[in-house]
Design a binder for this molecule. Sequence first.
Ligand code: SAH
Length: 338
Amino acid sequence: MDVQEVLHMVGGEGETSYAVNSTFQKTGTTIAMKVVLEGIMKVYNSTLPQCLCIADLGCSSGTNSLLVLTQIIDTIESVRNRLGHPLLEYQVALNDLTGNDFNTIFKSLPALYERLKKKKGERFGPCFISGLPGSFIGRLFPCNTIHFVHSSYSVHWLSQVPIGPEDNKGQIYLAKTSSSSVRKAYLEQFQKDFSVFLRSRYDELVPGGHMVMTMLGSKSEDPFSRDFCTLMELLAKSLKDLVSKEGRSNHQEIFDVNWDPNDDNHNEGFMFDNISSARNAVRCVRAVTESMFVHQFGEAIIDNLYQRYTEIIAEHLSKENAREKSKYVSLLISLKRK
Ligand code: SAH
């Protein structure tokens, strides 16, 4: 499967949309914000540009796509005013794959411009925001033109399902049971994609430019340990259950955030029930993975698939200690271009 042709988060603002079901990513981005703002301040101070060029790679749609931008503008503007620096123009590119629902973002821009105008007055900007469809595994901008790159929960996506691994025994992704050659194929695909990604950003960033990425990862030295794999293994299990039932034969700084984004660990003494937690976790996974299952298996199975997935996750959460282990592990990386 060429992921880049098929993948898109569920668009719009409906019940199953990414916009409504991206609390987990929002939490991660909020945790990463301090590092993002430190990065952008370094670029601003060292380059003092007339126009600050910012790129958000894998922006998707919904409020997350503009969350970092508004914080960046607030921070830079307060420093710029304090130091009496001249007006600064902002050029912002929101990038995602061509299937992304850019329209929902575009529709929210007039309100954003209005808010900025009210809050900052006449002595601000202007700020030019545009959508840029295309894959970040490759060049997106001319050489030496970007000051700051931000990317949250996007860079872990592979460009394609690795070609050539031997049969991955009914899995849809890496699993604990995957053979070493399957693991190697996934690792090599990631290394290949990530090298092209880094090389492209190196070309596009100005000297002194900066990049901050948050992505899913693993705490363990064994990159194929439980963490993320479990969630995907359980999704594969749901699919298998469904296929057998319906008789269809188809081929198939580190921080934690809970699978259930509403279970934020701060509600001590408050017990979340496994079914609601499973539902919350599945809503997030569905908003992200639905397009690939529709492509592969068609619309008809989708509701049943995620219903079965909810049951399997609830069962998993009921096991002893499962809840402590049911977390996404995030890697936060901040890089300066020489
Ligand atoms: N940054 C947002 C969205 C994360 S979802 C947030 O934090 O909420 C991940 C996004 O990455 C998806 O919208 C997906 O389409 C996009 N993506 C995955 N691979 C990509 C690629 N090669 N090029 C551009 N975007 C990609």
